[in-house]
Design a protein around this ligand. Structure first.
Ligand code: 6PG
Length: 478
Protein backbone atom coordinates (compact mmCIF):
# COMPACT_ATOMS: atom_id res chain seq x y z
CA UNK A 1 0.00 0.00 0.00
CA UNK A 2 1.40 3.43 -0.89
CA UNK A 3 1.60 6.03 1.83
CA UNK A 4 -0.88 8.45 0.36
CA UNK A 5 -3.20 9.41 3.21
CA UNK A 6 -2.50 12.66 5.05
CA UNK A 7 -4.53 11.74 8.12
CA UNK A 8 -5.60 8.55 9.87
CA UNK A 9 -8.64 7.85 12.03
CA UNK A 10 -8.89 4.74 14.16
CA UNK A 11 -12.19 3.95 15.90
CA UNK A 12 -15.14 4.17 13.55
CA UNK A 13 -18.06 4.39 15.96
CA UNK A 14 -20.32 7.30 15.11
CA UNK A 15 -18.02 10.16 16.27
CA UNK A 16 -14.91 8.66 14.63
CA UNK A 17 -16.77 7.83 11.43
CA UNK A 18 -18.18 11.33 11.16
CA UNK A 19 -14.84 13.01 11.83
CA UNK A 20 -13.22 10.83 9.15
CA UNK A 21 -16.00 11.79 6.71
CA UNK A 22 -15.57 15.45 7.61
CA UNK A 23 -11.83 15.22 6.85
CA UNK A 24 -12.51 13.50 3.52
CA UNK A 25 -15.23 16.02 2.63
CA UNK A 26 -12.47 18.63 2.78
CA UNK A 27 -10.54 16.75 0.11
CA UNK A 28 -7.94 15.49 2.59
CA UNK A 29 -6.97 11.85 1.94
CA UNK A 30 -7.80 9.88 5.09
CA UNK A 31 -7.00 6.31 6.08
CA UNK A 32 -9.56 4.63 8.32
CA UNK A 33 -9.15 1.73 10.70
CA UNK A 34 -11.19 -0.09 13.28
CA UNK A 35 -10.27 -2.98 15.56
CA UNK A 36 -13.19 -4.96 14.14
CA UNK A 37 -12.56 -5.05 10.40
CA UNK A 38 -16.24 -5.59 9.61
CA UNK A 39 -16.84 -2.04 10.91
CA UNK A 40 -14.23 -0.67 8.49
CA UNK A 41 -15.81 -2.60 5.64
CA UNK A 42 -19.26 -1.31 6.49
CA UNK A 43 -17.90 2.23 6.73
CA UNK A 44 -16.26 1.92 3.30
CA UNK A 45 -19.46 0.49 1.80
CA UNK A 46 -21.57 3.30 3.19
CA UNK A 47 -19.21 6.23 2.84
CA UNK A 48 -16.26 5.15 0.70
CA UNK A 49 -17.53 7.14 -2.29
CA UNK A 50 -17.81 10.42 -0.33
CA UNK A 51 -14.12 11.32 -0.58
CA UNK A 52 -10.49 10.13 -0.65
CA UNK A 53 -10.68 7.26 1.88
CA UNK A 54 -8.35 4.30 2.26
CA UNK A 55 -9.95 1.49 4.24
CA UNK A 56 -7.37 -0.58 6.11
CA UNK A 57 -7.67 -3.96 7.81
CA UNK A 58 -4.71 -4.11 10.15
CA UNK A 59 -2.53 -1.74 12.12
CA UNK A 60 0.36 -2.49 9.72
CA UNK A 61 -1.77 -1.58 6.74
CA UNK A 62 -3.14 1.50 8.48
CA UNK A 63 0.28 2.84 9.39
CA UNK A 64 1.67 2.04 5.93
CA UNK A 65 -1.13 4.06 4.33
CA UNK A 66 -0.03 7.29 6.01
CA UNK A 67 2.38 9.97 4.82
CA UNK A 68 5.21 10.90 7.24
CA UNK A 69 5.09 12.36 9.76
CA UNK A 70 2.02 10.25 10.35
CA UNK A 71 -0.91 11.89 12.09
CA UNK A 72 -3.44 9.54 13.65
CA UNK A 73 -6.61 10.45 15.50
CA UNK A 74 -7.89 7.93 18.04
CA UNK A 75 -11.65 7.99 18.49
CA UNK A 76 -11.98 5.19 21.01
CA UNK A 77 -13.78 4.97 24.32
CA UNK A 78 -12.06 6.98 27.05
CA UNK A 79 -10.20 4.94 29.66
CA UNK A 80 -8.10 1.77 29.27
CA UNK A 81 -8.98 1.28 25.55
CA UNK A 82 -7.07 4.51 24.79
CA UNK A 83 -3.93 3.15 26.48
CA UNK A 84 -4.26 -0.16 24.65
CA UNK A 85 -4.62 1.45 21.21
CA UNK A 86 -1.86 4.00 21.88
CA UNK A 87 0.48 1.25 22.94
CA UNK A 88 -0.24 -0.86 19.90
CA UNK A 89 0.11 2.04 17.47
CA UNK A 90 3.23 3.46 19.08
CA UNK A 91 5.05 0.20 18.37
CA UNK A 92 4.47 0.75 14.64
CA UNK A 93 5.35 4.45 14.43
CA UNK A 94 8.51 6.46 13.83
CA UNK A 95 10.01 9.46 15.54
CA UNK A 96 8.00 12.64 15.00
CA UNK A 97 4.72 10.86 14.23
CA UNK A 98 1.72 12.38 15.97
CA UNK A 99 -1.02 10.62 17.91
CA UNK A 100 -4.21 12.51 18.77
CA UNK A 101 -6.76 11.35 21.32
CA UNK A 102 -10.12 12.87 20.40
CA UNK A 103 -12.20 11.22 23.15
CA UNK A 104 -13.37 12.61 26.47
CA UNK A 105 -10.24 11.52 28.34
CA UNK A 106 -9.46 12.73 31.83
CA UNK A 107 -6.78 15.43 31.66
CA UNK A 108 -4.57 13.60 34.17
CA UNK A 109 -4.58 10.56 31.88
CA UNK A 110 -3.65 12.87 29.02
CA UNK A 111 -0.75 14.31 31.01
CA UNK A 112 0.48 10.80 31.80
CA UNK A 113 0.08 9.66 28.20
CA UNK A 114 1.85 12.77 26.86
CA UNK A 115 4.87 11.88 28.91
CA UNK A 116 4.82 8.21 27.95
CA UNK A 117 4.28 8.83 24.24
CA UNK A 118 6.80 11.64 24.02
CA UNK A 119 9.43 9.56 25.79
CA UNK A 120 9.11 7.21 22.80
CA UNK A 121 10.01 10.04 20.40
CA UNK A 122 6.42 10.52 19.27
CA UNK A 123 4.12 13.49 19.74
CA UNK A 124 0.79 13.49 21.53
CA UNK A 125 -2.14 15.84 21.08
CA UNK A 126 -4.95 15.30 23.64
CA UNK A 127 -7.87 16.90 21.88
CA UNK A 128 -11.30 17.89 23.10
CA UNK A 129 -13.91 17.61 20.37
CA UNK A 130 -17.42 18.85 20.91
CA UNK A 131 -20.52 18.92 18.80
CA UNK A 132 -22.02 15.46 18.96
CA UNK A 133 -22.61 13.42 15.82
CA UNK A 134 -23.65 16.32 13.66
CA UNK A 135 -20.83 18.58 14.79
CA UNK A 136 -18.28 15.84 14.10
CA UNK A 137 -19.55 15.62 10.53
CA UNK A 138 -20.25 19.24 9.72
CA UNK A 139 -17.79 21.11 11.92
CA UNK A 140 -17.09 20.59 15.61
CA UNK A 141 -15.38 22.83 18.12
CA UNK A 142 -11.87 21.44 18.61
CA UNK A 143 -9.71 21.92 21.70
CA UNK A 144 -6.25 20.45 21.03
CA UNK A 145 -3.60 20.31 23.75
CA UNK A 146 0.01 19.16 23.72
CA UNK A 147 3.33 20.42 22.41
CA UNK A 148 3.46 23.02 19.65
CA UNK A 149 5.28 20.71 17.19
CA UNK A 150 2.57 18.07 17.45
CA UNK A 151 -0.14 20.67 17.03
CA UNK A 152 1.74 22.26 14.12
CA UNK A 153 1.59 18.94 12.27
CA UNK A 154 -2.20 18.71 12.54
CA UNK A 155 -3.25 22.35 12.64
CA UNK A 156 -4.21 22.55 8.98
CA UNK A 157 -6.42 19.47 9.11
CA UNK A 158 -8.05 20.41 12.42
CA UNK A 159 -8.78 24.02 11.48
CA UNK A 160 -10.24 22.97 8.15
CA UNK A 161 -12.69 20.46 9.68
CA UNK A 162 -13.72 22.71 12.59
CA UNK A 163 -16.83 24.88 12.64
CA UNK A 164 -16.33 28.50 11.63
CA UNK A 165 -17.87 31.63 13.09
CA UNK A 166 -17.32 34.96 11.30
CA UNK A 167 -14.54 33.35 9.30
CA UNK A 168 -12.68 32.17 12.43
CA UNK A 169 -12.26 28.40 12.91
CA UNK A 170 -13.49 27.01 16.22
CA UNK A 171 -10.12 25.41 16.89
CA UNK A 172 -7.11 26.79 18.67
CA UNK A 173 -4.06 25.29 20.34
CA UNK A 174 -5.22 25.34 23.96
CA UNK A 175 -1.96 24.67 25.77
CA UNK A 176 0.47 21.93 26.83
CA UNK A 177 -0.24 18.28 27.78
CA UNK A 178 -3.72 17.94 29.34
CA UNK A 179 -4.92 21.50 28.64
CA UNK A 180 -7.16 20.56 25.71
CA UNK A 181 -8.95 17.80 27.58
CA UNK A 182 -9.22 20.03 30.63
CA UNK A 183 -10.96 22.75 28.68
CA UNK A 184 -13.25 20.15 27.10
CA UNK A 185 -14.05 18.83 30.58
CA UNK A 186 -15.06 22.31 31.76
CA UNK A 187 -17.06 22.77 28.55
CA UNK A 188 -18.98 19.63 29.47
CA UNK A 189 -19.44 20.85 33.05
CA UNK A 190 -20.93 24.07 31.71
CA UNK A 191 -23.07 21.93 29.40
CA UNK A 192 -24.40 20.13 32.51
CA UNK A 193 -25.22 23.44 34.22
CA UNK A 194 -26.86 24.88 31.10
CA UNK A 195 -28.99 21.76 30.64
CA UNK A 196 -29.98 21.71 34.32
CA UNK A 197 -30.93 25.40 34.29
CA UNK A 198 -33.07 24.84 31.21
CA UNK A 199 -34.74 21.84 32.86
CA UNK A 200 -35.52 23.95 35.94
CA UNK A 201 -36.92 26.74 33.73
CA UNK A 202 -39.12 24.17 31.99
CA UNK A 203 -40.31 22.82 35.35
CA UNK A 204 -41.11 26.33 36.57
CA UNK A 205 -42.99 27.16 33.38
CA UNK A 206 -44.99 23.98 33.65
CA UNK A 207 -45.61 23.55 37.35
CA UNK A 208 -45.15 27.15 38.48
CA UNK A 209 -46.74 29.06 35.61
CA UNK A 210 -49.10 26.26 34.60
CA UNK A 211 -48.22 26.30 30.90
CA UNK A 212 -48.83 23.29 28.64
CA UNK A 213 -45.84 21.61 27.00
CA UNK A 214 -46.52 22.97 23.46
CA UNK A 215 -46.83 26.47 24.96
CA UNK A 216 -43.47 25.99 26.68
CA UNK A 217 -41.98 24.95 23.34
CA UNK A 218 -43.11 28.31 21.95
CA UNK A 219 -41.68 30.16 24.94
CA UNK A 220 -38.26 28.57 24.33
CA UNK A 221 -38.51 29.32 20.64
CA UNK A 222 -39.15 32.96 21.52
CA UNK A 223 -36.25 33.02 23.98
CA UNK A 224 -33.98 31.73 21.24
CA UNK A 225 -34.52 35.01 19.41
CA UNK A 226 -32.94 37.03 22.26
CA UNK A 227 -29.97 37.04 24.62
CA UNK A 228 -30.48 33.38 25.46
CA UNK A 229 -29.99 32.32 21.84
CA UNK A 230 -28.08 29.04 21.90
CA UNK A 231 -28.06 25.52 20.57
CA UNK A 232 -29.41 24.13 23.86
CA UNK A 233 -32.37 26.55 23.96
CA UNK A 234 -33.09 25.78 20.30
CA UNK A 235 -33.12 22.01 20.82
CA UNK A 236 -35.27 22.42 23.93
CA UNK A 237 -37.98 24.00 21.75
CA UNK A 238 -37.63 21.13 19.27
CA UNK A 239 -37.82 18.47 21.98
CA UNK A 240 -40.85 20.03 23.69
CA UNK A 241 -42.73 20.37 20.40
CA UNK A 242 -42.39 16.65 19.68
CA UNK A 243 -45.48 14.46 20.09
CA UNK A 244 -45.20 10.82 21.06
CA UNK A 245 -46.62 8.59 18.34
CA UNK A 246 -47.90 5.97 20.78
CA UNK A 247 -49.70 8.18 23.24
CA UNK A 248 -50.38 11.31 21.21
CA UNK A 249 -49.05 13.37 24.17
CA UNK A 250 -45.74 15.22 24.46
CA UNK A 251 -42.75 12.91 23.99
CA UNK A 252 -41.09 14.45 27.05
CA UNK A 253 -43.90 12.99 29.18
CA UNK A 254 -43.09 9.39 28.31
CA UNK A 255 -39.33 9.64 28.75
CA UNK A 256 -38.10 8.26 32.08
CA UNK A 257 -37.00 11.14 34.32
CA UNK A 258 -33.62 9.66 35.24
CA UNK A 259 -30.67 11.60 33.84
CA UNK A 260 -27.59 9.58 33.00
CA UNK A 261 -24.02 10.80 32.87
CA UNK A 262 -20.72 9.58 31.55
CA UNK A 263 -18.56 11.41 34.04
CA UNK A 264 -17.17 14.64 32.61
CA UNK A 265 -19.49 16.81 34.73
CA UNK A 266 -18.46 14.88 37.82
CA UNK A 267 -14.78 15.30 36.94
CA UNK A 268 -15.29 19.04 36.59
CA UNK A 269 -16.86 19.25 40.03
CA UNK A 270 -14.19 17.01 41.56
CA UNK A 271 -11.44 19.15 40.12
CA UNK A 272 -13.14 22.33 41.36
CA UNK A 273 -13.07 20.85 44.86
CA UNK A 274 -9.38 20.11 44.45
CA UNK A 275 -8.68 23.65 43.28
CA UNK A 276 -10.95 25.25 45.87
CA UNK A 277 -13.01 27.01 43.17
CA UNK A 278 -16.66 27.55 44.19
CA UNK A 279 -18.22 25.81 41.19
CA UNK A 280 -21.70 25.62 42.59
CA UNK A 281 -23.90 25.64 39.48
CA UNK A 282 -22.09 22.82 37.69
CA UNK A 283 -21.80 20.79 40.87
CA UNK A 284 -25.52 21.19 41.63
CA UNK A 285 -26.25 20.06 38.09
CA UNK A 286 -24.24 16.88 38.67
CA UNK A 287 -26.03 16.24 41.97
CA UNK A 288 -29.41 16.93 40.36
CA UNK A 289 -28.69 14.15 37.87
CA UNK A 290 -27.75 11.85 40.75
CA UNK A 291 -30.98 12.72 42.57
CA UNK A 292 -33.00 12.10 39.42
CA UNK A 293 -31.45 8.65 39.22
CA UNK A 294 -32.96 7.68 42.61
CA UNK A 295 -36.32 7.05 40.98
CA UNK A 296 -37.63 4.30 43.24
CA UNK A 297 -36.88 6.36 46.33
CA UNK A 298 -38.43 9.45 44.79
CA UNK A 299 -41.59 7.56 43.93
CA UNK A 300 -41.88 6.45 47.55
CA UNK A 301 -40.96 9.87 48.95
CA UNK A 302 -43.53 11.57 46.71
CA UNK A 303 -46.32 10.00 48.72
CA UNK A 304 -44.62 10.14 52.13
CA UNK A 305 -42.86 13.49 52.43
CA UNK A 306 -44.79 16.67 53.02
CA UNK A 307 -44.60 19.59 50.60
CA UNK A 308 -46.33 22.95 50.53
CA UNK A 309 -50.11 22.87 50.39
CA UNK A 310 -51.24 23.12 46.76
CA UNK A 311 -51.81 26.74 45.87
CA UNK A 312 -52.97 28.57 42.81
CA UNK A 313 -50.53 28.31 39.93
CA UNK A 314 -49.60 31.81 38.91
CA UNK A 315 -50.12 32.00 35.19
CA UNK A 316 -49.02 35.07 33.37
CA UNK A 317 -46.47 36.72 31.19
CA UNK A 318 -44.78 38.32 34.18
CA UNK A 319 -43.69 34.98 35.62
CA UNK A 320 -42.57 33.76 32.20
CA UNK A 321 -40.48 36.89 31.74
CA UNK A 322 -39.10 36.52 35.27
CA UNK A 323 -38.03 32.96 34.50
CA UNK A 324 -36.29 34.12 31.32
CA UNK A 325 -34.30 36.71 33.24
CA UNK A 326 -33.54 34.29 36.08
CA UNK A 327 -32.28 31.77 33.56
CA UNK A 328 -30.00 34.35 31.98
CA UNK A 329 -28.57 35.52 35.31
CA UNK A 330 -28.01 31.94 36.50
CA UNK A 331 -26.30 31.16 33.24
CA UNK A 332 -23.94 34.10 33.69
CA UNK A 333 -22.99 32.67 37.08
CA UNK A 334 -22.45 29.16 35.70
CA UNK A 335 -20.15 30.45 32.97
CA UNK A 336 -18.36 32.85 35.32
CA UNK A 337 -17.61 29.92 37.62
CA UNK A 338 -16.46 27.66 34.77
CA UNK A 339 -14.11 30.36 33.47
CA UNK A 340 -12.77 30.95 36.98
CA UNK A 341 -12.02 27.26 37.23
CA UNK A 342 -10.09 27.32 33.95
CA UNK A 343 -8.15 30.35 35.17
CA UNK A 344 -7.29 28.58 38.43
CA UNK A 345 -6.21 25.38 36.68
CA UNK A 346 -4.15 27.36 34.20
CA UNK A 347 -2.31 28.98 37.08
CA UNK A 348 -1.68 25.73 38.94
CA UNK A 349 -0.69 23.71 35.87
CA UNK A 350 1.23 26.55 34.18
CA UNK A 351 -0.87 26.28 31.00
CA UNK A 352 -1.21 29.97 30.25
CA UNK A 353 -4.75 29.49 28.92
CA UNK A 354 -6.15 32.27 26.77
CA UNK A 355 -9.71 32.39 28.12
CA UNK A 356 -10.93 34.73 25.40
CA UNK A 357 -9.77 32.18 22.82
CA UNK A 358 -11.73 29.48 24.66
CA UNK A 359 -14.89 31.59 24.41
CA UNK A 360 -14.10 32.16 20.72
CA UNK A 361 -13.83 28.47 19.84
CA UNK A 362 -17.02 27.66 21.76
CA UNK A 363 -19.06 30.09 19.67
CA UNK A 364 -19.69 27.44 17.02
CA UNK A 365 -19.77 23.68 16.60
CA UNK A 366 -20.04 22.71 20.26
CA UNK A 367 -22.99 21.86 22.48
CA UNK A 368 -22.81 25.11 24.47
CA UNK A 369 -22.53 27.36 21.41
CA UNK A 370 -24.40 30.55 22.11
CA UNK A 371 -24.67 34.23 21.28
CA UNK A 372 -23.60 34.87 24.86
CA UNK A 373 -20.05 33.63 24.16
CA UNK A 374 -19.37 36.69 22.03
CA UNK A 375 -19.88 38.81 25.14
CA UNK A 376 -17.44 36.60 27.09
CA UNK A 377 -14.87 36.87 24.32
CA UNK A 378 -15.25 40.67 24.35
CA UNK A 379 -14.81 40.71 28.12
CA UNK A 380 -11.50 38.83 27.91
CA UNK A 381 -10.39 40.94 24.93
CA UNK A 382 -10.88 44.02 27.10
CA UNK A 383 -9.15 42.49 30.14
CA UNK A 384 -7.53 39.04 29.80
CA UNK A 385 -7.08 38.89 33.57
CA UNK A 386 -10.59 39.78 34.62
CA UNK A 387 -11.05 37.93 37.93
CA UNK A 388 -14.74 37.13 37.43
CA UNK A 389 -17.12 37.71 34.53
CA UNK A 390 -19.67 39.06 37.02
CA UNK A 391 -17.38 42.07 37.45
CA UNK A 392 -17.37 42.89 33.74
CA UNK A 393 -19.65 45.86 32.96
CA UNK A 394 -21.87 44.00 30.51
CA UNK A 395 -22.57 41.03 32.79
CA UNK A 396 -22.67 43.14 35.95
CA UNK A 397 -25.43 45.27 34.41
CA UNK A 398 -27.28 42.30 32.90
CA UNK A 399 -27.40 40.55 36.26
CA UNK A 400 -28.36 43.76 38.06
CA UNK A 401 -31.30 44.11 35.67
CA UNK A 402 -32.28 40.48 36.14
CA UNK A 403 -31.85 40.17 39.88
CA UNK A 404 -35.36 41.16 40.99
CA UNK A 405 -36.84 38.57 38.64
CA UNK A 406 -34.26 36.03 39.75
CA UNK A 407 -35.15 36.50 43.42
CA UNK A 408 -38.90 36.32 42.72
CA UNK A 409 -38.46 33.11 40.73
CA UNK A 410 -36.37 31.40 43.40
CA UNK A 411 -38.72 32.55 46.18
CA UNK A 412 -41.73 31.42 44.17
CA UNK A 413 -40.13 28.03 43.51
CA UNK A 414 -39.38 27.57 47.20
CA UNK A 415 -42.97 28.46 48.12
CA UNK A 416 -44.35 26.02 45.59
CA UNK A 417 -41.91 23.27 46.55
CA UNK A 418 -40.32 23.13 43.09
CA UNK A 419 -36.65 22.14 43.34
CA UNK A 420 -34.45 24.66 41.54
CA UNK A 421 -30.97 23.73 42.77
CA UNK A 422 -29.06 25.42 39.97
CA UNK A 423 -31.10 28.65 39.97
CA UNK A 424 -30.94 28.88 43.76
CA UNK A 425 -27.29 27.99 44.14
CA UNK A 426 -26.33 30.45 41.41
CA UNK A 427 -28.23 33.17 43.26
CA UNK A 428 -26.62 32.16 46.57
CA UNK A 429 -23.21 32.37 44.92
CA UNK A 430 -24.04 35.83 43.59
CA UNK A 431 -25.17 37.01 47.00
CA UNK A 432 -22.16 35.44 48.71
CA UNK A 433 -19.73 36.87 46.17
CA UNK A 434 -21.06 40.42 46.48
CA UNK A 435 -20.74 40.46 50.31
CA UNK A 436 -17.86 42.55 51.52
CA UNK A 437 -18.01 40.85 54.90
CA UNK A 438 -19.63 37.46 55.39
CA UNK A 439 -20.16 35.10 58.31
CA UNK A 440 -16.94 33.10 57.84
CA UNK A 441 -15.43 34.99 60.80
CA UNK A 442 -17.69 32.86 62.98
CA UNK A 443 -16.47 29.69 61.29
CA UNK A 444 -12.88 30.73 62.00
CA UNK A 445 -13.70 31.43 65.64
CA UNK A 446 -15.39 28.05 66.05
CA UNK A 447 -12.43 26.29 64.45
CA UNK A 448 -10.12 28.10 66.78
CA UNK A 449 -12.23 27.18 69.83
CA UNK A 450 -12.50 23.46 69.18
CA UNK A 451 -9.18 22.84 67.49
CA UNK A 452 -6.87 25.81 68.08
CA UNK A 453 -6.83 26.26 64.30
CA UNK A 454 -6.06 30.01 64.71
CA UNK A 455 -7.46 33.01 62.85
CA UNK A 456 -6.31 36.25 61.32
CA UNK A 457 -7.66 39.67 62.34
CA UNK A 458 -9.00 42.49 60.19
CA UNK A 459 -7.01 45.10 62.10
CA UNK A 460 -3.57 43.52 62.68
CA UNK A 461 -1.09 41.40 60.78
CA UNK A 462 -0.32 37.97 62.18
CA UNK A 463 -2.01 34.74 63.20
CA UNK A 464 -3.91 34.54 66.51
CA UNK A 465 -5.42 32.08 68.92
CA UNK A 466 -7.78 32.76 71.80
CA UNK A 467 -7.27 30.77 74.99
CA UNK A 468 -10.96 29.87 75.05
CA UNK A 469 -10.79 27.42 77.94
CA UNK A 470 -8.51 29.60 80.08
CA UNK A 471 -8.74 33.32 80.65
CA UNK A 472 -9.95 34.12 77.12
CA UNK A 473 -6.78 36.04 76.33
CA UNK A 474 -5.66 36.30 72.74
CA UNK A 475 -2.16 35.13 71.93
CA UNK A 476 -0.18 35.50 68.78
CA UNK A 477 0.41 32.09 67.20
CA UNK A 478 4.05 31.24 66.47
C1 6PG B 1 -20.01 17.27 23.33
C2 6PG B 1 -20.63 16.55 24.50
C3 6PG B 1 -20.24 15.12 24.58
C4 6PG B 1 -20.85 14.40 25.79
C5 6PG B 1 -22.31 14.24 25.75
C6 6PG B 1 -22.92 13.38 26.84
O1 6PG B 1 -19.37 18.25 23.63
O2 6PG B 1 -20.16 16.85 22.18
O3 6PG B 1 -20.23 17.17 25.67
O4 6PG B 1 -18.85 15.09 24.68
O5 6PG B 1 -20.30 13.16 25.85
O6 6PG B 1 -22.93 15.48 25.77
O7 6PG B 1 -22.41 13.61 28.10
P1 6PG B 1 -23.12 12.95 29.38
O8 6PG B 1 -23.50 11.55 28.98
O9 6PG B 1 -22.15 12.96 30.49
O10 6PG B 1 -24.33 13.79 29.61
Amino acid sequence: MSAESRFGVTGLAVMGANIARNVAHHGIPVAVHNRTTATTERFMEEHGSEGPFTGTHSVDEFVAALERPRTILLMVKAGPPVDAVLDELAGHLDEGDVLLDGGNSHFRDTQRRSEQIESRGLRFVGTGISGGEEGALKGPSIMPGGGTEGYGAVEEVLTSIAAEVDGTPCCVHVGPDGAGHYVKMVHNGIEYADIQLIAEAYDLLRVGAGLEVPEIASVFEGWNGGDLESFLIEITATVLARTDERTGGPLVDVILDQAEQKGTGRWTAQDALELGVPLTAITEAVFARSLSALRDERVRASSELAGPRPGEARVGRDLVDDIQRALYASKVVAYAQGFQQMAAASEVEGWNLDLGAMATIWRGGCIIRARFLDRIREAYDADPHTPNLLLVDYFRDAVADAQDSWRRVVAHAVELGIAVPAFASALAYYDGYRRERGPASLIQAQRDLFGAHTYRRVDREGVFHTLWGEDGAEVEAP
